[in-house]
Design a protein around this ligand. Sequence first.
Ligand SMILES: C[S@@+](CC[C@H](N)C(=O)[O-])C[C@H]1O[C@@H](n2cnc3c(N)ncnc32)[C@H](O)[C@@H]1O
Length: 384
Amino acid sequence: MPARLPMPLTRELNAMTPDLPPGLFDDGFHVACERLDRFIGALARSMARDLDLVGRRLPPSAELTAARGWSADGQLALEWLLETLELYGHAEHTATGWEVAAPLDGESPEAIRAEAVAAMPATEPAYRVMELSAAALPSVLAGKTRGEDAIFGPSTLGLWFDYCSNSNPHYAINNRLLAIAGSRAAGPGARVFEVGGGGGSAAQALLAELTADGKPPAHYTFTELHPAFLRRGGRTVQASLPPGCGLATMRYDVNLDPASQGVGAGQFDLVVAVNTLHLAEDPVEALAHLRGLLSPGGAVVLGELVRPTPLAPVHLELPFAMLEAYRRAPLAAGIRQRPGFMSFAGWRQALQQAGFGEITLLPEDLEHCAQVYPGYYCAAITAR
Ligand SMILES: C[S@@+](CC[C@H](N)C(=O)[O-])C[C@H]1O[C@@H](n2cnc3c(N)ncnc32)[C@H](O)[C@@H]1O
């Protein structure tokens, strides 16, 4: 019987990650994760009620979408909902589709959110992002709204800056793992190139870690695809630079050749990206491009939400499942077997095909952690 959410986070997880600094996942973080897990279960039950899925035998999500006259744009989010109900023990994947249990009662998401935000106000953006996405799904399914417009419009940009922030414990952990792995991979005075730098929170964490470890970088090239993020992130990085560290900011698209974007080969000692490379149309090509940027001995470090197995559900995935760039990234055998986030096996294969020889994962025993607690996704991958 696979582990189900929500579940108490066993303190064993700390013992299973001796390669992480002690206390990285402290009791406060464990309790915050347990609350967010309870909230997502309650949200999924409430969504199932709203979409009239409770107590029903349903066909697979593609057929269900067609049968209800829903838009295919919402299908991946619908699949997320059915899988998440299963992860919480409220649905079963059958030979013909899905069986959703009834009744689906229990705590309300609003009550759990209120409890969580009162206990730890900094976690609020994690709740708001999930609520916003859940509220948008009916109109995405009805074909009235695009996921991008509902959750990434001008009025919600501020929420994403709050979400992708080192102040939000549920996001900061991605950056911290990247920073730890990045600092272990870098020597003093490194020239760093960041891809998909967003609002600059990963850069902040990495610069702080390198500086605390006594090896501040010599130069930081902060890149982003979207102009609003590039401007905002660039300002954040500027304010976080250690003395003597130079800064360049520029647009960079992982789907294009670096040379065509004015980035020369072999110039960087450390190339980093947090939760960006899974958006690449062709991860092998995008990684090969990044490898070409490295100086001899340099490393690429990716902070990624890593799927526990190639096809496993991710209960935090809902907002991303509603975005076209996430849904449409092409599948590739052994690398990306379902849209979006990839497993470590998929990353390893992509990195190997891109020409990397030495590939390590932090924490090394992620697979075991995810077996014990199926919400354990955060990792950093280092490749040379
Ligand atoms: C999860 S966010 C990264 C957050 C960022 N690391 C931070 O600390 O705030 C992913 C980023 O990838 C960028 N992105 C999306 N498609 C991209 C592409 N084709 N090339 C480069 N960046 C891309 C997005 O604009 C977004 O800022």
